[in-house]
Write a protein that binds this ligand. Sequence first.
Ligand SMILES: C[S@@+](CC[C@H](N)C(=O)[O-])C[C@H]1O[C@@H](n2cnc3c(N)ncnc32)[C@H](O)[C@@H]1O
Length: 271
Amino acid sequence: MSSDAERSASALYDTPRHVEGPEGCHFYHATDLPGIGSVPGDWDLRATVGDYLGNVPFAGKRVLDIGSASGFLSFEAERRGGEVVSYDLSPTDRWDAVPHSGVDLGSVDGMMREHLDSINRAYWLSHRLNGSRARLARGTVYAIPDAVGPVDVAIFGAILLHLRDPFRALHSGLRLTRETVVVTDLLPGRYRWLRHVGRYLGAPMFFVPRSTRKERFDTWWIIPPETVCEMLRVLGFEDLRVAYHLHPFRGSPRLTYTVVGRRTGPASDRI
Ligand SMILES: C[S@@+](CC[C@H](N)C(=O)[O-])C[C@H]1O[C@@H](n2cnc3c(N)ncnc32)[C@H](O)[C@@H]1O
């Protein structure tokens, strides 16, 4: 790399952080760490990660893992031959918290900052122990820097449900994406019926916040895969497939779907 390129890369990507061991780390996924062994996580994708990632090929591809958390999907894409950029919130960005009337979002911000720090620690510990070359850029999904792209594959794993504006988030990542998008999201228990009738409903999204549950600030939408497909068509990805699968979350299987889209039309830059 030329020194100019090195300078701009160092402005874009975080400097690796030395994390000695799993203390103070939050692993979002159960993870097998070389030299340490298994650490528990909320999700266990170890046996089913291929399905979660839509079984797309990563070898030789530039991959953008959006909402990378502690990095499980990034390191898997890298293990499968991808050159990976992980992307997640920085400590100065705010979570898209639901602004419930009367709730002090300042305390939510503080709590989420601590949470982000602990998943960031887990990311860098895994990174070091796996000898990873993945790079981490941080910021909000709505403003992914152009210089992160172009990428061949973008992964949106379990992030759209947490965003006030999922379409804008897709647009932001996909304007940088040349070939393939992988969107994985959840259909929780009460919404499983969507699997059977979703295609008859148009392109709905179900608004999750309830005024009676002010403690729930982190989830906005249940989005059926048909709706994700329509969003992707609008953005120039008309070759689409959908698969459903189950993955253990805190010990119980959760219904999850993955949409894989291939680019068939040009990107629109106008965000
Ligand atoms: C539920 S985790 C998903 C982790 C992983 N991608 C997966 O599929 O299991 C959601 C991730 O999205 C990140 N995130 C949430 N809101 C974001 C935003 N506005 N911009 C960027 N990242 C965001 C969170 O910090 C978290 O790491």
